[in-house]
Design a protein around this ligand. Structure first.
Ligand SMILES: NC(=O)C1=CN([C@@H]2O[C@H](COP(=O)(O)OP(=O)(O)OC[C@H]3O[C@@H](n4cnc5c(N)ncnc54)[C@H](O)[C@@H]3O)[C@@H](O)[C@H]2O)C=CC1
Ligand code: BAL
Length: 490
């Protein structure tokens, strides 16, 4: 907590804050043509500011500017080392403004300030920097053609990318998308979630200050139908990279099918299991991981371990420790650094999460809740996206794996056991993009993140694998055979 200020300090920063109110298009703040909408502080219900929504005409204009920038090549054809320098300059500007951005993120999303300061901001900066630093160290390939030819396999920027963002990690998801997409030379149009547009707009302003050419990074606030749909259907958008619900992800596949077959990469929901076997060591530590995995970010996290699958003989001992650990996790004012849980994103989401609870919360603050359920209970299957943990007791390892895989999702999982062979066979048996052993996490920036089954489609965020999303492969085949031999024809 040493890097945290007091609640009063954060409130003072919030009081003096200027919020963006318009889109960021073609290198400057510009009013969209749509209707203004309120951006609300979920913790207080107060209006932070009104933002002018964009509409389909603004999408057309931004796409034309993105295309123009891409064709001109001031960014797309810039030496990768120079792109790296500019992105690192952006990271320095974000660092310089980190305190303001952390408070803005907390006010706009209800996330606890301690997480914004200690996780979201440092991870955002680290992500952009990592991709920037990687991009001038990647070599293309030469295929094993034999002596008579030389075939080069090159990666080329894909063109105009639309990044559609969720509200649960506004800055970090922005970084997961723009880090690799900009590093690889694309023009990017960001559509933030309508609940949380502020920090993306501010970062676009900082990107211009850092030297990213106009049209290369644009931010278009507005809701799904106003901005997301026209981007998804646009004939001159080459790719959509989306994070959000599986339902909306499906729409983007339809938009692509109904327009130009743009590439679509989806990172969607999860109902992720944590399996605790009876030989798990250090149950105090396991309990810490279980609590963090289920309740971090109010459970508004696609990779939350919202199902705990525990072997019967160890269940009581574990649950005692989980309950004890939870006593330290306080819920309340997001600007108070003592609180681990802040406010849920909006009234509609509070209503959805509350529908699973007997004691209805009075406001946006929902206390962590644990249910012991049967494996067929809806609580064991539906993505709630709130601070609710469903505990399912099993007898054997085989049953644990069967229950873990009994879901439409396949984003992440954790397994706790002292036995390496069991850990590895379980990790392999679980159909999920990330499996952590004796810990909870999403890996780090060096490891790909994304889902099996209905948790994802088409690619991975993070790691060098993310660069695959934002590049096309081109083969250049050169005939080296002797023209006099005639072997090079037909
Ligand atoms: N990372 C994740 O896995 C996330 C999952 N969710 C899940 O989705 C549920 C609903 O949350 P929402 O905010 O409604 O998520 P959503 O998936 O509808 O929203 C994500 C993004 O898609 C855009 N969008 C929505 N409808 C659209 C449409 N018709 N066409 C184009 N773009 C559209 C939104 O404006 C936002 O930018 C949550 O309760 C949670 O279960 C929500 C956010 C993130
Ligand atoms: N946990 C990072 C991705 C997401 O929740 O949207």
């Amino acid at each position: 907590m040493s890097d945290l200020l007091t609640r009063d300090d954060y409130a003072a920063i919030a009081k003096d804050m200027d919020f963006p109110r318009t889109a960021f298009i073609d290198g400057k703040y510009r009013k969209g043509s749509g209707t203004p909408f309120k951006t609300i502080n979920p913790a207080t219900g107060e209006t932070l500011t009104e933002i002018t929504s964009c509409d389909a005409a603004d999408v057309d204009f931004a796409v034309s500017k993105a295309r123009e920038a891409f064709e001109q090549g001031h960014w797309s054809k810039m030496h990768p080392g120079e792109r790296k320098e500019i992105l690192i300059r952006l990271c320095k500007l974000i660092t310089r403004n980190a305190r303001e951005l952390a408070v803005m993120e907390s006010l706009d999303s209800g996330k606890p300030i301690r997480d914004c300061v200690q996780i979201d901001l440092p991870e955002t900066i680290h992500t952009i920097k990592w991709h920037a630093e990687a991009v001038d160290k990647i070599y293309d390939q030469v295929a094993p053609t034999g002596e008579d030819a030389m075939a080069m396999i090159l990666r080329e920027s894909i063109g105009v990318v639309a990044a559609i963002l969720p509200w649960n990690f506004p800055l970090l998801m922005l970084a997961w998308k723009i880090g690799p997409a900009l590093a690889t030379g694309n023009s990017v149009i960001v559509k933030p979630a309508e609940q949380t547009s502020l920090t993306a707009l501010r970062v676009a302003e900082l990107a211009a200050e850092a030297g990213i050419p106009r049209g290369v990074l644009q931010v278009l606030p507005g809701d799904g139908p106003a901005v997301g749909e026209p981007l998804g259907l646009h004939m001159d958008v080459d790719m959509v990279s989306f994070t959000g619900s599986t339902e909306t992800g499906r729409r983007f596949l339809r938009y692509a099918a109904d327009s130009n077959l743009k590439k679509v990469v989806l990172e969607c929901g999860g109902k992720n299991p944590a399996i605790v076997l009876d030989d798990a060591e250090n149950l105090d530590l396991v309990a810490q991981h279980v609590v963090n995995a289920a309740f971090w970010n109010m459970g508004e996290n696609c990779s939350a371990n919202s199902r705990l699958i525990v072997q019967a003989s160890v269940k009581d001992a574990l649950m005692e420790r989980v309950t004890a650990r939870l006593r330290d996790w306080k819920t309340g004012d997001p600007l108070d650094p003592q609180n681990h849980l802040g406010a849920l994103i909006d009234a509609e989401h509070v209503k959805k999460v509350s529908s699973y609870l007997k004691n209805k919360p009075k406001g946006p603050f929902v206390e962590p809740t644990i249910f012991e359920v049967d494996r067929n209970d809806p609580l064991a299957h539906e993505e709630i996206f709130g601070p609710i943990l469903s505990v399912i007791t099993v007898a054997t390892l085989d049953e644990a794996i069967e229950v873990a895989n009994d879901t439409d999702y396949g984003l992440a999982a954790s397994v706790f056991t002292a036995n390496t062979r069991k850990a590895m066979t379980t990790a392999r048996a679980i159909r999920a993009g990330t499996v952590t052993v004796n810990c909870y996490g999403e890996g780090d920036i060096s490891t790909p993140f994304g889902g099996y089954k209905q948790s994802g489609f088409g690619g991975r965020d993070n790691g060098i694998h993310a660069h695959d999303q934002y590049t096309e492969l081109k083969t250049i085949w050169v005939d080296l055979s002797d023209p006099a031999s005639g072997d090079n024809v037909g």
